[in-house]
Design a protein around this ligand. Structure first.
Ligand code: ADP
Length: 168
């Protein structure tokens, strides 16, 4: 089944210069990248992204983590991508490894590169969607339709009047 999944190289992945390594590992899946951008994550976006964790004791820490507040000003960003292809969600999850990097298979991306911080946060270098419903919700949260190179979800046209920044 053709699926799409949101993949995010988190600030620790960027800070450790792991982007190339992670993309190389992801290419093992033979999936295709249909969208990619560097994002400065706002607390609003982070809180929406991690809404399912809002009652967890580590919620504020995980929001700070994806906003880049734990890794210095130069790493206050993430690389967000959409991968698409046959069984994309399970393929990427398997390659990524389990959430806790200490328990992840040693050869998985999180097993290879993740760590448990002294504060007990799982710094696991990448995010990937957990199921189809979450993938759709997350992709629509992070990307506009025109930023995605294939038609993955239905769209509609609406007229809006918004102020936006353009090149001078
Ligand atoms: P996943 O990222 O594998 O889909 P979750 O959505 O449950 O997992 O959690 C989001 C992120 O929050 C994880 O990737 C990890 O960085 C952090 N996290 C999750 N559970 C814990 C935990 N028990 N302790 C510390 N950090 C956690």
């Amino acid at each position: 089944m053709i699926q799409q999944t949101l993949v995010i190289v988190k600030p620790d992945g960027l800070k450790k210069s792991l982007t190339g390594n992670i993309l190389t590992r992801l290419s093992e899946t033979k999936l295709r990248i249909v969208a990619a951008k560097v994002v400065h994550v706002s607390p609003e976006l982070a809180e929406k992204h991690y809404i399912h964790l809002k009652d967890k004791p580590f919620f504020q820490e995980v929001v700070k983590y994806i906003c880049g507040e734990l890794h210095g000003a130069e790493y206050r960003r993430v690389l967000a991508m959409v991968y698409r292809g046959d069984d994309a969600i399970v393929k990427v999850r398997k390659l990524a490894g389990t959430t806790n990097p200490e328990e992840a298979e040693a050869t998985s991306i999180r097993g290879q590169y993740g760590r448990l911080t002294t504060k007990g946060l799982f710094e696991n270098v990448l995010h990937c969607s957990s199921d189809e419903k979450e993938a759709e919700r997350e992709i629509k949260l992070w990307f506009e339709p025109q930023e995605i190179a294939e038609d993955i979800f239905p769209v509609e046209s609406i007229e809006t009047k918004v102020q936006r920044t353009v090149w001078k």
